[in-house]
Unconditional design. Sequence first.
Length: 385
Amino acid sequence: MKNLLKTYNFTKFRIIKGNGSYLYDDKNNKYLDFSAGVAVNSLGYNHPIIKKTIQAQLKTGITHLSGSQIHYYKIELARILSKNSNKGDVFFSNSGAESIEAALKIARNYGSHFKKDEIIAMTSSFHGRTIGALSVGSNKKYKSNIGPIPGKVKFCQFNNSKDLKKLINKKTLAIIIEFVQGDGGINICNKEFAKTIKEICKKRKILLIADEIQAGIGRTGLIFAYKNYGVSPDIITSAKGLGSGIPIGATIIKKYIAQKISIGFHGSTYGGGMLQTRVAYNIFNIINKKSFLEKVTRNGNFLSKLLKQLKSNNENTIKEVRSKGLMGAIEFRNKRDALKIYNKIAKGGLITTLIQGNTIRITPPLIIEKKDLKKGFDIISTNIE
């Protein structure tokens, strides 16, 4: 580990294998995973469709094709993403941050034709750690000591329609939002705020950019989180669960915006490769089945029930719980308790993520069973004093 750049608080255990919703370390300890690689491993570990797809791809002898080279899975994945979202054109990249960078670049290109260059982002937002993505993220810690960040960005209080209306002007190009904020603490957009955004975007011809990187691909019980709100984003970003562990990003752009893009405007060396699009195509088709999404919804309701019970039993320690589908948060009254409990439950065999210093985030694989959700909460309950 001495040669790893210290950008993470690395785990004390070394993972060697996984199966279903469980990981195993080199000492054969078993861990129930309530993180899923931060909402990435939607189908858990050792899933047969992913293994089968990778094995089939290896038989082709192809590990890479350039961005200009066309193949079946690039075409078909773009088709089903477009069909199930805003009917737009798709640009493939390798990660969530890259999909955001593409979205911002494409939006600003569109705005340049109308002399509009201001973007409104949200407080408590997170869209990635690359320079452009940081410009629309609100966490100042991520932006410190790195020099100038791209400007022309205003921050609106999340879920505050009055504040949003104050920020709008003739230069406003786009509004970017996570309808369920991940890194910010599983903060859930309310219906009234979403309605305000929809009305403003329509009236003022402002682009709506939906960041679906963490909350999309079935995690809320619908294939995209924005579908809970009756909006139709002009640009959508996707990653994480789309590849379920295989790196892929996608930016979906409505046709009227895509028409402004010329050849050579943007690119990605590995974006749209045959391996990653083949895996993502099969994953999307599994998750987008009615029966799969209904199970996510049922388990999400069960997760909500478990969270409320946990809070009720620990009012002195827990400030608030929040959830949407299989995204949950336990916000503690102080950071000391949060860190202590986070470490204790890890030792007890439960993997979660700690965000904002005081909140344990829960984003298990979408294939998790109710008995494992219950088991995880038993571990948490046991370790809350």
